[in-house]
Design a protein around this ligand. Structure first.
Ligand code: PLP
Length: 400
């Protein structure tokens, strides 16, 4: 391994080099096939080299790559119309990433109050364990010391309270509060699922105090939980929502969705992006929706999720020295280890399977949404072998 790399050394990369992908499989340069239940951290929603996405990108590549937002981009209008038809939203702004979708959400919320004459309302309440991206505003929103350290004063206007604590939220609301921002399921934080009562409680607080409810569905959205968006499980709608990852299926883009009311402050000149809504991204986004919104697709996601969930529950029962808890919803699942997460991940990788680490000693299982029940069982077999090997290596746990 060369120690001198010309790359920033910000990542601790696994020594794996992949050459191509097919569906749920990634094929390494040495020909080895890996079962990809990491999906580029919930990005490759339709797996690798999905023919419909490949075709959409190729067709657009032959026409025009980039126009800028100086002109009308028909793909933006089509995709925005489809997103608004399928959600609570009336308005969409396209970005290139999740953090930028969050930046737009934050600006939209602050600008809403400003336009109403309440410029003092700019604080966003967020939650411990949250992850909203790596820009200066989104690390302040996430509030995690490890991401803030050394980057100067934390951007003002963000206040963290414990996840799930409605009383703490209520106590944090004051004359400066603009909105509440939450991931319905915390991803990086360790697959922590917000309860129904909690999300409904946040909606009620927002209604009571005139605040905007902002959801970060960058990771849990676009079919990941078996609904188009995770909040559909909760019987609530937000005012603003950030989307990215799965919506591009591997092409980098995101979107900020809002009600007409919430977006009312975002008038001409208030926001912009050179690449946002680029024709290539829009072609892929429309193709992703062709598949995800097709009749029966989300039902199939829920069926596969059930197989996986039941299998994981059984592994937890059979390997109690290795697995403490199974968490999550749909195809956004977490295995909380009794062994260090690096060991669990290492054992999984030794079975030629990929997963993703998260907070609270959790391994995230994020298969592509196209995963079949049979492929889910293949994943479970590999997880079983990994758990079995770790269990055998564990000192016997003291049992009562
Ligand atoms: C990945 C992620 C982001 C940041 O997205 P980027 O595209 O990396 O900027 C924000 N919020 C959540 C919940 C995420 O999972």
């Amino acid at each position: 391994m060369a120690t001198a790399t010309p790359l920033y050394e910000t990542y601790m990369r696994a020594p794996l080099r992949f050459e191509r992908g097919e569906g749920v499989w990634l094929i390494a340069e040495n020909g080895k096939r890996y079962l990809d239940f990491a999906a580029g951290v919930a990005v490759n929603s339709l797996g690798h080299a999905h023919p419909h996405l490949v075709e959409a990108l190729k067709v657009q590549a032959d026409k025009v790559w980039h126009l800028s937002n100086l002109y009308e981009v028909p793909g933006q209008e089509t995709l925005a119309a489809r997103l608004t038809a399928a959600t609570f939203a009336d308005k969409v702004f396209f970005t290139n990433s999740g953090a930028e979708a969050l930046e737009c959400a934050i600006k939209t919320a602050r600008r809403y109050h400003y336009a109403k004459g309440s410029q003092e309302k700019f604080t966003i309440i967020t939650f411990e364990g949250a992850f909203h991206g790596r820009t200066l505003a989104t690390i302040a929103a996430g509030g995690q010391a490890k991401y803030l350290e050394g980057f100067g004063p934390k951007a003002p206007g963000f206040l963290q309270v414990p996840f799930g604590d409605l009383d703490a939220v209520k106590a944090a609301i004051d004359d400066e509060t603009a909105g509440i921002l939450i991931e319905p399921i915390q991803g990086e934080g360790g697959i922590r699922v917000a309860s129904r009562e909690f999300l409904q409680g946040l909606r009620a607080l927002c209604d009571e105090f005139g605040l905007l409810l902002m959801l970060d569905e960058v990771q849990c959205g676009v079919g990941r939980t078996g609904k188009f968006f995770a909040h559909e499980h909760y019987g609530i709608t937000p005012d603003i929502m950030a989307v990215a990852k799965g919506i591009g299926g591997g092409f980098p883009f995101g979107a900020c969705l809002a009600t007409a009311e919430a977006a009312s402050g975002m008038v001409a000149g208030t926001h912009g992006s050179t690449y946002g809504g680029n024709p290539l991204a829009m072609a892929v986004g429309n193709a992703v929706l062709d598949v995800v919104l097709a009749e029966g697709f989300l039902e199939q996601v829920r069926d596969t999720a059930l197989v996986l969930r039941q299998g994981l529950a059984s592994l937890k029962d059979r390997f109690p020295d290795v697995i403490e808890e199974i968490r999550g919803d749909g195809l956004m699942l977490g295995i909380k280890g009794r062994v260090p997460v690096a060991e669990l991940l290492g054992a999984i990788r030794a079975e030629d399977m990929l997963a993703v680490p998260a907070g609270e000693n959790v391994v995230r299982i994020l298969p592509p949404l196209i995963t079949t029940a049979e492929e889910a069982r293949e994943g479970l077999n590999r997880l079983e072998r990994a758990a079995s090997r770790l269990q055998a290596a564990q000192p016997q746990r003291a049992t009562a």
